[in-house]
Design a protein around this ligand. Structure first.
Ligand SMILES: Cc1ncc(COP(=O)(O)O)c(C=O)c1O
Length: 480
């Protein structure tokens, strides 16, 4: 399955030949790089080349990249796969551009990632939102139900497609089989933001992959749960309902002409690795996550998200969400305590911290980290704090009124106003807290007291704003 010469081998061959580079990049194999960059990257700089002739062209792949993409399609049961050197963001934007006509309606959860909003702007689509609900026992967003999608499609025959974020940041998976069947009955496409699911489908211990459930297109962050370098993602397409050529054109439209070949080679390697030992890797991740989950579940005051608590949604158990409310600690406070113990978490929200476990979490370093995590939570419990007050409705993502489409708002004249004066105005920009990068406000939505309260509470918690020009939220760009 993986006999073709790899991109990595071609890069190594170029290095061995000691060719003098009268070409970009300007650091010339590292000789012109800053001493600090040379110290960090060393000989790796010698192969930082962007040679479309010798290493294949991502815009018209014919050799190494064509073979790599073909293998990716085979591994994931797709008809076509595209390497994305600009993350799942590029893949999501391309699937929205490639699958729909400007002005068409698309159904999506209001808690979709900010890259989906970017795709709506680029493709000029009209969003129709459904709500994912709330998992009150952990104070976190739940998942879209198949019956919610069915009702929305039945109510509006003009909806041409559905985008589902599955699994969610917290690992909750939608019933994509039922959703796909319902979409296809209505003649709508099903698109999956599967940024968090590149490892799914390799083991029955994990929820099935989106394509296996009948999705037409899926965008996956290979860099998140598999071994590709940060920013390297995949777009997977099934023929039939989706137009593969339009999607290919959209990927090319959005892609750089100078992709970093380390990213592309790392994607190729990650796919080859998954082709050879995807199941063993998935099961190693599940086992490691379960050992962490069990070590934590035994501790006083520590509540860990389990399959039972996630029901009726399936849970990707490699996401270990720990609720700290009974310990009297907020997520950011617990994350800061863990950081002092040299443990960094994937995400912290009001009550939870999230540990993301992959096949890379093995060996003595992982075992020692689990010991430090357990010791840290024991210390938090010993502090004897009172339970956090229950999270009121102001902690749930607001549902602002949509007054302009994201694209109309993007192009409308805008002005910057002090935060105290923006109530009642239409936002000109997206405001998210990162992670998870879910917009509280999208361009075209009305700024309400509810939105302001949500933002102020999250800022006070110490979470970082991402998206608006002014990350302090002292000002906001609104429609003039
Ligand atoms: C649900 C979801 N979708 C899309 C993305 C974008 O992925 P990338 O960072 O690979 O561009 C992210 C990133 O965090 C995400 O969490």
């Amino acid at each position: 399955m993986t006999e073709e010469p790899s991109l990595l081998e071609a890069m190594e061959r170029y290095k061995k030949e000691e060719v003098y580079p009268f070409h970009t990049p300007g650091h010339k194999g590292g000789r012109g790089a800053s001493p600090s960059l040379r110290r960090l990257l060393g000989s790796a700089l010698a192969v930082d080349v962007s040679l479309t002739d010798e290493l294949d062209d991502i815009h018209s792949p014919a050799s190494y990249l064509a073979a790599g993409q073909k293998l990716a399609a085979k591994v994931y049961g797709a008809d076509a796969a595209f390497f994305s050197p600009n993350g799942t963001t590029q893949a999501i934007e391309a699937m929205l551009l490639g699958a729909f006509e400007p002005g068409e309606k698309i159904l999506l959860p209001r808690n979709a990632h900010r890259s989906v909003a970017a795709g709506l702007i680029l493709a000029g689509l009209q969003p129709v939102y459904v709500q994912p609900g709330f998992l009150a026992s952990f104070s976190l967003p739940a998942q879209v139900k198949a019956e919610t999608v069915a009702a929305a499609l039945a109510a509006d025959k003009k909806i041409k497609g559905v985008l589902v974020t599955s699994p969610s940041y917290y690992g909750l998976a939608a019933d994509l089989r039922a959703i796909a069947a319902c979409c296809h009955r209505h003649g709508a496409l099903l698109l999956a933001d599967e940024a968090h699911g590149a490892h799914l489908g390799f083991s029955p211990k994990l929820p099935p992959s989106a394509l296996a459930c009948g999705a037409d297109i899926s965008a996956q962050s290979t860099h998140k749960s598999l071994s590709a370098l940060t920013q390297a993602s995949l777009l997977l397409v099934k023929k039939g309902r989706a137009d593969v050529n339009r999607v290919a054109a959209a990927m090319s439209l959005l892609g750089t002409t100078s992709p970093n070949y380390y990213l592309l080679a790392s994607l190729d390697e990650a796919v080859r690795q998954a082709a050879q030992k995807g199941r063993a890797m998935a099961e190693a991740a599940v086992e490691a996550a379960e050992s962490l989950r069990q070590s934590l579940a035994a501790l006083p005051g520590v509540k860990v998200l389990t399959k039972e608590a996630a029901a009726p949604f399936a849970l990707d158990v490699t996401k270990v969400t720990v609720n700290c409310a009974a310990l009297g600690y907020t997520g950011p406070e617990a994350a800061a305590a863990l950081r002092k113990e040299k443990v960094a978490v994937e995400l912290a929200d009001r009550e939870n911290v999230l540990f993301w476990v992959t096949a890379g979490d093995v060996g003595p370093a992982f075992a020692a980290a689990v010991e430090r995590i357990v010791a840290c939570f024991k210390n938090l419990a010993a502090a004897g704090r009172a339970h956090l007050p229950p999270a009121g409705a102001e902690w749930q993502l607001p549902q602002p009124e949509v007054l302009l489409s994201p694209r109309e708002a993007f192009y409308a004249p805008q002005e910057s106003l002090p935060w105290e004066k923006v109530s009642g105005r239409i936002s000109g920009e997206a405001v998210s807290f990162y992670p998870p990068g879910i917009p509280v406000l999208l361009p075209g939505e009305k700024v309400t007291g509810e939105v302001a309260a949500y933002c102020e509470k999250h800022l006070a918690l110490g979470l970082k704003v991402s998206g608006p020009r002014d990350a302090s939220l002292a000002t906001l760009r609104v429609i003039r």
